[in-house]
Design a protein around this ligand. Structure first.
Ligand SMILES: Nc1ncnc2c1ncn2[C@@H]1O[C@H](COP(=O)(O)OP(=O)(O)OP(=O)(O)O)[C@@H](O)[C@H]1O
Length: 278
């Protein structure tokens, strides 16, 4: 399938997502007020913040699903707020999204769900190839071939997430958005999903924007962590630096008992990470 070659030249330093001066309001409620964020090519960025701080609204703004009140957003070098539908569609084609509930079509099998974006963007692919591609994506997401024929309701929560991931990867996107991927999974399932994300990110060279409340995920696989509070990104840095950031929410979140458990788990299981990436 044709896709622009991924640049590894001087472009490698250009942020893959750049948000500047973002303002989002709902009536009198100001959710974002001059929020800036940059996401680097090839990183897993964890996005955290208290409930209602605007993580999902930020993701929806970047994806073009919500038009912000003010600000600039560039994704893959394209103006995401452009009035040009072709440009927005280009971002859509090169971006995979796993929404919190998987957002699968309940009346379609897993295989048919994965084929939806393939058919939309490549309407002339023969059925046999569509089938093979869906099978490949389903396997990539760690599901057995039998899952292709299952309806979403016949799957466990963890398998549904994997099916959603298979669909998100259908068009080989360089950029993947995950909204609380481990929410609702048991700790073993959540750890397995974290490992899957990390393996795929490394194997496919993905950039991952990952909203999470899961401290284990942050410690296990995120290269950097962006904290949203007070309507802005307070800090965007490797987790060791974020832990030291002087803000009441950050201190409570990263130094509570759950954070200590996640830190100990990481010390017991050092992850393969590109050190000095900052
Ligand atoms: N369509 C909407 N209409 C009105 N208010 C909205 C809308 N979407 C979001 N909000 C408000 O914006 C704020 C941020 O919501 P958002 O869903 O982005 O929070 P979040 O950080 O993702 O929260 P959580 O961690 O609980 O999922 C909330 O107060 C929410 O009520």
């Amino acid at each position: 399938m044709p896709d622009a070659p991924h640049s590894h030249g001087p472009d490698a330093d250009t942020p893959i997502i750049q948000v500047k001066g973002l303002v989002n309001r709902f009536g009198k409620q100001v959710v974002h007020d001059g929020l800036d964020l940059s996401v680097r090519r090839g990183e897993i960025l964890g996005v955290v913040g208290g409930s209602g701080t605007g993580k999902s609204v930020l993701m929806r703004s970047i994806l073009g699903l919500r038009r912000p009140d003010e600000g600039e957003i560039e994704v893959l070098g394209i103006d995401a707020l452009s009035d040009d539908a072709t440009q927005r569609r280009e971002i859509e084609r090169r971006t995979g999204v796993l929404f919190q509930d998987g957002a699968l079509f309940s009346s379609l099998t897993v295989g048919e769900n994965v084929q939806v974006p393939l058919k939309e963007y490549h309407p002339h692919l023969p059925d046999s190839l569509l089938y093979e591609l869906a099978l490949l994506k389903v396997k990539l997401a760690g599901l057995p071939a039998e899952a292709l024929e299952k309806l979403p309701a016949q799957l466990s929560g963890g398998m549904r997430k994997r099916a959603g991931l298979a669909r998100a990867l259908a068009l080989d996107p360089p950029l993947l958005f995950l909204d609380e991927p481990t929410a609702g999974l048991d700790p073993i399932g959540a750890a397995a999903f974290d490992r899957l994300i990390q393996t795929l990110q490394q194997a496919l060279g993905l950039t991952v924007f990952l909203i999470t409340h899961d401290l284990d995920t942050l410690y296990a696989i995120c290269d950097r962590v962006a904290v949203i509070a007070d309507r802005k990104v307070l800090v965007n840095a490797p987790i060791e630096e974020v832990e030291r950031f002087d803000h009441p929410w950050v201190q409570e979140y990263f130094h509570g008992p759950r954070a200590r458990a996640a830190q100990h788990a990481r010390e017991a299981r050092p992850r393969e990470r590109t050190e000095g990436s900052d």
